[in-house]
Design a protein around this ligand. Structure first.
Ligand code: PGA
Length: 256
């Protein structure tokens, strides 16, 4: 399959880090380091940072995204934020189904599906996270599990809408643990997910979809991971908070 057909995307996932003022500083520090990037550069920030991050990113090649959105357009959902609210403030990208949402906040494949639907309906691009726990890997069900998560999330998503879907393969055991999947493991699962997309849609869709790896990707291991034929980018947690490290990952993606 031809990697050149796909856009490489490096996205930071800031998680619950940075105040609005710090967000401005971080974007301003990253911007000059990634200005010549040959890939898309995204920073997904906490809701309260979106405005200041957007302001700081004006005139740069950094796009600002959110880390989640609710499935309803509005209503009695205390503490939640709708996709429409995000799009109305100019946000174009949102992470859905991150394993921390699944693990700590009761996110299920069904609610991931509903959030993906809402995000697409609001015109957003979705970074859809899938991935197995260590137990599931040991049980030998990684590919099936990722296929299931992908199929449920994308149920009813049209081929046209698929152009606004990026999939992030994030093995749960590799997130924030310093344990990275080997380049081969990452590539195998990204390839299996691509096969699932091929079965759900067609080979053109499979060839065209961007599939990222995420889980302890850093300045040291990014080049090897990103050189894999089925790894089209990265979703970066910890290292996205360090301008030099994040820029090194962007540089590695640029080299591909
Ligand atoms: P990490 O997080 O890079 O800190 O492992 C990745 C993620 O959770 O998206």
């Amino acid at each position: 399959m031809n990697k050149q057909l796909r856009k490489a995307v490096i996205a930071g996932n800031w998680k619950m880090n940075k105040t609005p003022e710090e967000a401005k500083e971080l974007i301003s520090a990253i911007a000059p380091l990634v200005k010549d990037a040959g890939c898309e550069v995204i920073a997904c920030t906490p809701y309260v940072d979106l405005y200041s991050a957007q302001e700081a990113a004006k005139g740069t090649n950094i796009q600002i995204g959110a880390e989640n959105c609710h499935w309803a357009e509005s209503g009695a959902f205390t503490g939640e934020i709708s996709a429409k609210m995000l799009s109305s403030m100019g946000v174009k990208i949102v992470i859905i189904g991150h394993s921390e949402r699944r693990q700590y906040f009761g996110e299920t494949d069904a609610t991931v599906h509903d959030r993906v639907r809402a995000a697409l309906d609001a015109g957003l691009t979705v970074i859809l996270c899938v991935g197995e726990t260590l137990t599931q890997r040991e049980q030998g069900i990684t590919d099936e599990l990722c296929a299931m998560q992908t199929k449920i999330a994308l149920n009813g998503v049209s081929k046209e809408e698929l152009s606004r879907i990026i999939i992030a393969y994030e093995p749960v055991w590799a997130i924030g643990t310093g344990k990275t999947a080997t380049a081969q493991q990452a590539n195998e699962v990204c390839a299996a997910i691509r096969k699932t997309i091929g079965a759900l849609y067609d080979s053109k869709a499979a060839d065209g979809i961007t599939i990222q790896y995420g889980g302890s990707m850093n300045a040291g291991n990014a080049a090897e991971l990103l050189a894999q034929p089925d790894v089209d980018g990265g979703l970066i947690g910890g290292a996205s908070l360090k301008p030099g490290d994040f820029a090194a990952i962007v540089e590695a993606a640029t080299r591909g």
